[in-house]
Ligand binder design. Sequence first.
Ligand code: ASP
Length: 360
Amino acid sequence: MSSTATTSPPRVVVIGLGGTIAMTSSNGGGVMPALSAQQLVDAVPGLVATGIQIEVVDFRRRPGASLTFGDITELANATTNVLVQGAAGVVVTQGTDTIEETAYLLDLLHRRPEPLVVTGAMRNPTLAGADGPANLLAAIQTAASPAAREQGCLVVLADEIHAARWVTKTHSTSGAAFRSPDTGPLGYVLEGATRMLTRVPYRLTVPAPRPAEHATVGLHTVTLDDNPALLDVIGAHVDGLVIAGFGVGHVPEPLVNTLTALAGRIPVVLASRTSAGPTLTHTYGFPGSEQDLLNRGLIPAGWLHPYKARILLHALLAAKAKPQDIATAVATAGGLSEPTAWPWPTPTNADNQPEASPDA
Ligand code: ASP
């Protein structure tokens, strides 16, 4: 049972990673990550009145573009530790540039029931209408809310609560940049309360990465009249590859032989470069069609966006998952198989159990 069953005020830990939300300029030049997590918290109007106890951790001070798999894996462990010690939830502040990727990796590694909420800002603190304080307040209120438990990692910006596995950054500057094109938000923060309109149907978590495992996973977006030369070069340097194909999972015919050879050597996941909707499995039959490529050993990403497919494939390779488990896991995360096919225990039946071994 979680400690949130007590009557003491909820305690939320805010972990700062940098990003626009923490950026200022000391000399009138370009903004850079500079503010501490405590400074971000101190700038939130109305936070004290919520009664939520806040603790802060300065974890990294970087732009979102320079965060790494290692940073996020370490962050996932730090998050588990503070939750085991009784925090009601955790908020991560970071650059919005990579939130759709880091939040999904956190979702795959977060086995606890407490909310883990990622937020950031589109307008830095030096600008009129900076959105950082409002986003941080909404994220803290979500992290403290029992309604947001058992949802894995959530992304909260502009008072919308999104599931990490579905959310994408759809605009480079708009304050309403974050959308979940296939599902819409799970809920909203309204008048300080977390209102969930729907919930994630199931959670999928991966075994912890093996400490010395360094996988390289590439992402190649196919384009009009693409030729195999670039793919040949990329293929020689990666342990796994995501292909962002046209439409429901199509590539130009000249790429087919290269992809067939690659899929015989490494996992190659077929996603869609469109911003919403799934890859199909058995509708088209021409060379380079989704059906042709799956017959040649590519793994369908289904509803999984190419960026998320790359994160999942990296997490699976870092955990040294077996090839068959990789194929099953990607298809399941992409909604093409029942969640019961997931090769490892899921949080509902694995809370507080030891980490499953990928070889189990
Ligand atoms: N534009 C980005 C942000 O919103 C910069 C970054 O990701 O660090 O935070």
